[in-house]
Design a protein around this ligand. Structure first.
Ligand code: OGA
Ligand code: MN
Length: 343
């Protein structure tokens, strides 16, 4: 699934790869000022679909761009004519919901038995968020055993034993994914039902069911069984891929965006098909069901600059209970929660 952008993979040969390269963040030398200063290369964003403004225009004038239509049963849900099974719900989550799921993504979702990208190196890491807030440091006790210590204690241990250590705040920054419900095993690229797991939280299940309804076969209810939470920092991308490890592709993947704005590429069944590029903002929900489950997709870019990140409202709404820890994190990050029915 997570076949990340591999340069030797298909180089520039496919339309999908060319679009990834077009939107990806590149730096170029700024010759006018200093030899060292590098600036982000300007990107032509004129053909990126903006469902936020499409929706506003539609509400005002009733007009839609070519190739875009609204869902038959709900005119606040948008579809792309040549991508059946794909649904875009702009602003589906309230600010309050966005804050809640950002907070959970950082505090409870990475908690064992849920697994994260850190498991492979450090084993299960408990209380990552609280430890980062308290400036703790993870210290290697034994080959596979790591434990959090307060700063000074950690420094003493490292000096005395010459063992490895890493600060909790660095680990929080480097959090790349966590898995909820049935645990996805990345090495086998499949769900490992033998791994211990908790159910997906009820409130998240309910939210997913509500938004999935429009893409569900008539009379059936969505059953959320597994979720993957992706954390994107500055410069992070998600290469073109298919999510094909679930049994029944008539059921949608429910994908929620939180934090900084991103560009999402929705390709076709072949990487040769030119993808549609669109913005994903905090609060947007995307559904991929039926034929859209067979379409390559990925995230070549997130925007963290104030003008483009589009998180002003979110920042002022984020409660300050955790200091400004969460607000600071989300200023330069994007979180994606995608929820799946596995069986
Ligand atoms: C995924 C995925 C899209 C996104 O995790 O499989 O496609 O918007 N995520 O981050
Ligand atoms: Mn995917």
């Amino acid at each position: 699934m997570y076949e990340s952008a591999n340069v030797s993979d298909d180089a520039d040969r496919t339309a999908f790869r060319r679009a990834e390269k077009q939107y990806k963040l590149y730096y170029e030398q700024d010759s006018k000022f200093s030899r060292k200063k590098k600036l982000p290369k300007p990107v032509d964003l004129s053909s990126v679909l903006d469902f936020n403004s499409i929706s506003q225009d539609f509400n005002r004038t009733g007009v839609l761009p070519d190739g875009i239509r609204v869902a038959e049963s709900d005119s606040s849900v948008f579809c792309i004519e040549n991508r059946p099974g794909f649904y875009f719900i702009p602003n589906a989550l309230s600010l309050e919901e966005q804050c809640k799921w950002i907070r959970e993504s950082l505090t409870s979702f990475p908690q064992p038995p849920n697994r994260t990208n850190h498991n492979a190196i450090y084993g299960p890491v408990a209380d990552l968020f609280d430890s980062a807030k308290a400036n703790k440091v993870l210290v290697q006790e034994d080959t596979n055993i790591w434990k959090f210590y307060d700063g000074e204690e950690a420094t003493a241990k490292v000096k005395q034993r010459r063992c490895k250590s890493v600060s909790a705040s660095v680990l929080l920054r480097k959090l790349r994914w966590s898995t909820l419900g049935l645990q996805f095993d990345w090495s086998k690229r499949n769900y490992d039902v033998s791994l211990p797991h908790n159910n997906i939280p009820d409130a998240l299940c309910q939210l997913a069911k509500t938004h999935a309804a429009i893409a569900m076969p008539a009379g059936e209810e969505f059953r959320p069984e597994g979720a993957i939470v992706n954390y994107f920092g500055f410069g992070d991308t998600l290469g073109g891929h298919l999510d094909d490890m679930e049994a029944d592709w008539s059921k949608p993947i429910v994908s929620m965006s939180l934090g900084c704005k991103a560009i999402f590429l929705l390709g076709g069944k072949s990487k040769e098909d030119p993808p549609h590029a669109m913005y994903l903002r905090s609060g947007d929900v995307v559904l991929m069901a039926g034929e859209a489950r067979e379409c390559f997709h990925g995230v070549p870019r997130i925007f963290i600059d104030e003008e483009n990140a589009d998180i002003g409202a979110l920042e002022s709404e984020l409660p300050h209970e955790n200091g400004d820890f969460i607000a600071e994190y989300i200023k330069t990050s994007r979180i994606n929660i995608n929820i799946r029915q596995v069986f």
